[in-house]
Ligand binder design. Structure first.
Ligand code: FUL
Length: 503
């Protein structure tokens, strides 16, 4: 901790010259008694990104019309012929009804076809097969709709380009890829994430070369330069994947590890680290889980099925509820609209989320809370238990620095029916908790451990524990209790919790 010398201290120091003992008085430089940070820490941009929590992915483009998942790059531009004007506003509205806070539109997939007029290639909407196609500009319309609906937005731009004649050479990066990212950045300085897929190199059309190109993705795309130039225009834009500011969760099935740290050793691609992070990882790279609402591919396909709202709710619990974000892919069809079945499933999911985890269902603010220890308050900050139920992300409960285990006990006047416990750490000062347990009681002296089959290890930005444990149908009859106790059993530093919800 830094200290500063006061005038009194200086006078004392000067006393040394007169042969007196130096009496140093010190004034703490931490008037709020804030806990020391436990590194590594998130950047402001990563903190903001985390708050988006649940957002949509929209795979739409050339593949929608060819039925492919990975176009080769040799598709005629005229094949892109929407049967109606693509309508990103309809996409986003449907996702907002599901409780999503934003979306990412694929504006260039591996086939290289660009869904906006671009100076970098003729393989774009400008040469589409009909007027609807030629007037399409997804980044423009998507950004505008998102702002209108008060949602976050961003774009997926594939670094791999199976159309470009120069792919694999330096001028592809400088003249095509970086310029495309720069063009996209201009569609809005308020973008929250740019998505850079990991699929790289391989066979393709490549301007008629019809060959296989291999690149070393760790150097080829000039990521540091890309990151700097996008951040100059879009300061809050997290560069996903190749960009190194958020990590892939290691599967496309919609689950994160029950233990899930936001930290990893940068560059590690082991499945365990992607899915669970690493307690002593040195880079803050929180997990994002990309999953599909449909049962076929990422793009729309005739005859595909949409998952049930119940299955999607489960996916939400296993991603957002495990310290990851969820990006749920909802593919528009050939008319440039989300099909009715998708819209309905999204609406149903929104209802489930509100009925089960909506603020009006939160029983925690109605409980009295006892904690085993409360950190000494500072001049303008307290660390009291009620900070966990005041609805403010900036306040938190904490223990004193040397305490790494504690209990939090909620008590209601009458018995309640409980199903889920939600917890959030104040991650601005690092992710800490590594072992906890949850118990309930009807009388305050006999306790039952809940969900022992679920690893109760990390919390992070957000953790939701279904009290019934692993069962896929987490919304059963629930458990009657008058008390709920969270035992924090171990933590990388004193625990800091900013929010507790009980539903
Ligand atoms: C993958 C891509 O290859 C898929 O086509 C899709 O875009 C998915 C989200 O990422 O790596």
């Amino acid at each position: 901790m830094k200290t500063k010398l006061t005038v009194a201290a200086l006078l004392c120091v000067s006393g040394v010259a007169r042969g007196q003992l130096p009496l140093l008085t010190q004034e703490p430089d931490n008037p709020d008694n804030e806990p020391l940070a436990v590194h590594p820490l998130p950047t402001e941009r990563q903190l903001l990104w985390n708050e988006t929590e649940f957002y949509a992915f929209f795979h739409y483009g050339m593949n929608t019309y060819t039925g492919r998942e990975w176009g080769k790059g040799d598709e005629a531009e005229s094949a892109f012929a929407p049967t109606a004007a693509p309508n990103p506003r309809q996409w986003l509205e449907a996702c907002k009804a599901a409780g999503m806070k934003g979306g990412i539109a694929v504006v260039k997939h591996h086939d290289g076809f660009c869904l906006w007029p671009t100076a970098t290639t003729r393989h774009s909407v400008e040469n589409a097969g009909n007027a609807c196609g030629r007037e399409t500009n997804i980044p423009r319309d998507f950004a505008e709709a998102a702002r209108d609906l008060d949602m976050k937005y961003g774009f997926y731009v594939s670094p791999w380009d199976r159309n470009s004649a120069s792919y694999g050479e330096d001028n592809y990066v400088t003249e095509v890829f970086l310029k495309q990212c720069a063009e996209l950045a201009e569609y809005g300085s308020d973008q929250f994430e740019m998505w850079f897929d990991g699929a790289n190199g391989g066979n393709g059309y490549y301007g008629g070369r019809n060959t296989t190109v291999s690149v070393d993705e760790s150097i080829y795309y000039d990521i540091p330069n890309l990151r700097d130039s996008v951040h100059k225009v879009c300061p809050d834009c997290v560069m996903w994947g190749q960009g190194g500011e958020a990590r892939w969760i290691g599967n496309e099935s919609g689950y994160a590890g029950e233990t899930n740290w936001a930290m990893v050793d940068r560059g590690s691609t082991t499945n365990a680290q992607l899915n669970m992070g690493k307690e002593d990882g040195w880079a803050w790279q929180p997990g994002e889980s990309d999953a599909k609402i449909t049962d076929a591919g990422w793009f729309w396909h005739e005859g595909e099925n949409v998952k049930s709202a119940e299955r999607l709710f489960q996916m939400y619990l296993e991603t957002v509820g495990r310290n990851a974000t969820l990006i749920l892919n909802c593919p528009p069809d050939k008319s440039g609209l989300l099909p009715e079945e998708t819209v309905n499933a999204l609406k149903e999911l929104g209802t489930l989320l509100t009925d089960r985890l909506g603020e009006q269902r939160n029983l925690a603010p109605k409980a009295s809370i006892d904690v085993s220890e409360t950190r000494t308050a500072g001049a303008s900050r307290t660390y009291k238990a009620k900070n966990m139920t005041d609805g403010q992300a900036s306040t938190y409960w904490a223990t004193n620095d040397s305490t790494t285990s504690a209990t939090i006990t909620l008590r209601w006047k009458h018995e309640q029916t409980l199903r889920y416990v939600l917890m959030q750490e104040y991650i601005r000062l690092g992710q800490r908790v590594k072992d906890f347990s949850i118990e309930i009681s009807t009388d305050g002296s006999h306790w039952t451990r809940m969900a022992p089959d679920i690893a109760q290890t990390t919390i992070g930005y957000k953790r939701i524990v279904p009290l019934c444990g692993h069962t896929r149908d987490s919304y059963g009859e629930g458990y009657r209790a008058k008390y709920l106790r969270i035992n924090i059993r171990d933590s990388r530093g004193c625990p800091l919790l900013s929010n507790i919800g009980v539903y």
